[in-house]
Design a protein around this ligand. Structure first.
Ligand code: ATP
Ligand code: MG
Length: 468
């Protein structure tokens, strides 16, 4: 492992989950603790208020003497360390109380008394008994028009309950956090194992070995989907690399022949150094071969640039009918030489916006192929027609035809079928034609039957150039 543990997704996710879990449970604890405190306090307050009612009733029935007795009896019944009662005059003077030895540090709060006298509403307060460090809840309330009850309950039990709850909760939370972090870590690592497999496969792939594929789990989950996509990408890369290899082999082959010829002419000129006529012939051959090479390189550049969207095209209004007629006129003598019948049906006055030179070259490539791959006494038919929104240029021949498996490949750069290798060519003609037609937003399709002939059809979108 040459990456740090802290940088791994498994570690980060575990940290996140544990963090989120801790925050959520902390929040839940605070909420629960707060609610429990509130409920307990409300219960204690209610108990204190019940005592006020009891004292008021007794005073109504038996006067202040009755209240005196009740204070002692009630405190004894509940426990003198649990509750106390003090009966006061509104001046704050104590006239009766339960047994107060445990509560002697709890004094009468002057401030509380003042507020009570002013508002006549019961006053609650929570105090800390200094000697015992215990909390107590105290209530001041009128029990008669001239008597106030100060009563207090020790908060021992609720405080103990809450602190026990705190301890249990913190211990349980600690254990749960450790458990969830450990199980989260294992779970995430197990889930991410698929990513590791993909990484390992990618590492095993080199320029020479593109066969490795990620094993699929069949779980139909995201990782399985990633593996499928990854494998599909590898398939495409493998296909592309294969094509590039084929193409570079073809380029090497196509460059070798003319260069070998040029070299041959140069060698011959050294041998026949005294004959001027031979010199001239060899020089012109060399120029011819060099031109072919240059032409091939230029065509390659035009295709590459156009495919990369950097082509320099000179689009202008063009008489397509005339352009095609002129190209046909140029090629007719070649057809005649092979005794091929050359028919044309070209609709007049079709105008489009196009790069005339490029489109003519693309069309000429198709005508050149039709003548090149049609045997003597064959037939070629050129049809050009237009309807509302498209122009169709069809070149039909009765040539050697193309096997179905090559129909898509013949448009690739430098691709030539075995049967065409005896004829001159570089395999760039169709690739160039398709690139140019596509630059004009059109398409070329081919239908062909070996031994019967081929039909190449260019479709171009038509818009009246007058309104463009
Ligand atoms: P060049 O670069 O000189 O045009 P090429 O004619 O071999 O060389 P393309 O025009 O790209 O190259 O054609 C590619 C291949 O498609 C040809 O080698 C040939 O096998 C096949 N092909 C093209 N047109 C026809 C046709 N009309 N009939 C039969 N085969 C054809
Ligand atoms: Mg060709």
């Amino acid at each position: 492992m040459n990456y740090k543990l802290f940088n791994t997704i498994a570690f980060k996710l575990t940290l996140w989950f544990t963090g989120i879990f801790t925050i959520c449970s902390g929040f839940a604890f605070v909420l629960f603790y707060f609610l429990a405190t509130q409920t307990i306090q409300a219960q204690v307050d209610q108990e204190l208020m019940d005592n006020v009612s009891k004292f008021s009733a007794v005073i109504r029935r038996n006067g202040l003497m009755g209240a005196r007795e009740l204070a002692v009896v009630e405190a004894q019944a509940a426990g003198e360390k649990v509750i106390f009662f003090r009966l006061l005059y509104p001046t704050g003077e104590v006239f009766a109380s339960s047994h107060m030895s445990y509560w002697e540090q709890v004094h009468v709060s002057k401030k509380g008394l003042q507020i009570l006298v002013l508002n006549k509403k019961p006053i609650f307060e929570t105090i800390l008994i200094p000697s015992t460090k215990q909390k107590a809840r105290i209530l001041y309330s009128y029990v008669a028009s001239d008597a106030i009850l100060q009563t207090g309950i020790a908060m021992d039990f609720p405080v103990k309950f809450l602190s026990a709850f705190k301890k249990v909760f913190i211990t349980a939370m600690g254990l749960i956090i450790i458990f969830s972090a450990a199980s989260g870590w294992l779970l995430i690592r197990k889930t991410l194992a698929g990513v590791k497999t993909i990484t390992r496969t990618a590492q095993n792939i080199t320029g020479r070995n593109l066969e490795a594929r990620v094993a699929q789990t069949g779980n139909k989950d995201e990782l399985d989907h990633l593996a499928t996509t990854f494998n599909a990408m590898l398939d495409r890369i493998e296909e592309l690399v294969k094509n590039i290899r084929e193409m570079s082999d073809n380029i090497a082959h196509d460059l070798k022949t003319p260069i070998a010829r040029i070299r041959g002419f140069a060698e011959l000129s050294l041998i026949h150094e005294e004959n001027m006529e031979d010199f001239c012939a060899m020089a012109s051959n060399t120029i011819e071969e060099s031109d072919r090479l240059l032409d091939m390189i230029n065509t390659m550049l035009v295709i590459s640039k156009a495919e990369a969207g950097e082509g320099e095209f000179d689009f202008k209004k063009t008489n397509l009918s005339l352009m095609i007629k002129n190209a046909c006129d140029l090629f007719e003598p070649l057809a005649d030489d092979k005794n091929i019948r050359f028919d044309t049906t070209i609709e007049d006055q079709i105008f489009i916006v196009a790069d005339t030179k490029m489109l003519q070259r693309a069309f000429s490539n198709l005508l050149d192929n039709a003548i090149k791959y049609t045997l003597e006494n064959g037939k070629i038919n050129v049809i050009v027609l237009k309807d509302n929104n498209c122009i169709i240029i069809r070149i039909e021949d009765t040539g050697i035809g193309i096997a179905k498996k090559y129909l898509e490949k013949i448009f690739q750069r430098f691709y030539r079928t075995e049967s065409s290798r005896t004829r001159q060519g570089t395999g760039l003609g169709l690739s160039f034609a398709r690139t140019i037609v596509r630059q004009h937003k059109g398409e070329i399709i081919v239908t062909s039957f070996p031994g019967k002939g081929s039909v190449f059809e260019i479709t171009l979108p038509y818009r009246n150039p007058g309104v463009i």
